[in-house]
Design a protein. Structure first.
Length: 251
């Protein structure tokens, strides 16, 4: 059994280091991750420049590229092997609701969707001032991956796991959830560079809007580990017939 590990915070981040330790012994591990923080990279591929892979130590590689680049390379020819699963994380910060559209952590997991087993994105719902219990998220990661190896779910399933930032003893179990929704983001923050030119910071993500029971937001707020099964098909199936009628009048 061969597991590919990646993330979007960079190969040396605290979260991926905790994940590598947590999964040791479960399978043969290979880690391929960006050379620096690429949070918010989503499913982006580098197409205009070649990709350079740097071996850091046995089984750990850094790529000057995005999380998707890392997994794409790894499953498409960088190694003379076939991986069974991709595990991405442990992200520094939650990936709840709308976050999954922007997340490089989730993107890395999605890029492994054609492998034979589900892929897993794991995020610790920590802020800069919260406890940062990566040990809790690491134990969660090991339990889920060990469970998938013993009792596989359907393949091409992406599991988005969000772990409350609390000690392990304070977790209130695991729960299957759907994505909630956030309010709109905070506005951009204008500033000036040292030469007086205007620059802008992207504002913080908005607070939860759809946080009803059954959502990922609700689970994490109740100190439960949220596990959301994601689908790649973004089609709004219910709208296809109506759109067909609307289009037929155009021509
Ligand atoms: Mn990140």
């Amino acid at each position: 059994m061969k597991i590919l590990i990646s993330n979007d915070d960079g190969y040396g981040s605290r979260g991926i280091t905790a994940l590598r330790s947590a999964l040791a012994g479960l399978a043969e591990l290979t880690t391929v991750a960006p050379d620096r923080n690429r949070s918010g990279a989503s499913n982006s591929l580098t197409l205009e420049t070649p990709l350079r892979v740097v071996g850091i130590e046995p089984g750990l590689y850094s790529v000057v590229g995005t999380p998707t680049d890392c997994v794409h390379l790894s499953v498409s020819g960088l190694f003379d092997t076939r991986f069974d699963m991709v595990v991405s994380g442990i992200n520094h910060g939650g990936n709840l609701g709308d976050d999954v559209l922007y997340s490089g952590t989730v993107a890395a997991a999605i890029e492994g969707r054609f492998l034979g087993l589900p892929t897993v994105a794991i995020s610790l719902c920590s802020g800069p001032d919260t406890g940062q219990h990566f040990d809790t998220a690491a134990r969660v990661a090991r339990q889920i991956v060990a469970g998938l190896l013993q009792r596989p779910l359907e393949s091409e399933l992406v599991l988005n796991v969000n772990v409350p930032d609390v000690p392990w003893e304070e977790l209130r179990g695991f729960v299957a959830t759907r994505l909630g929704r956030r309010h709109e983001s905070e506005p951009v923050i204008p500033s000036r560079d040292p030469r007086g030119q205007p620059v802008y910071w992207i504002g913080a993500a908005g607070p939860g809007k759809d946080v009803e029971p059954g959502t990922d937001f609700h689970a994490v707020a109740n100190q439960q580990v949220s596990v959301t099964p994601l689908t790649i098909d973004m089609t709004r199936h219910a709208a296809v017939p109506l759109l067909g009628q609307w289009l037929s009048v155009l021509t």
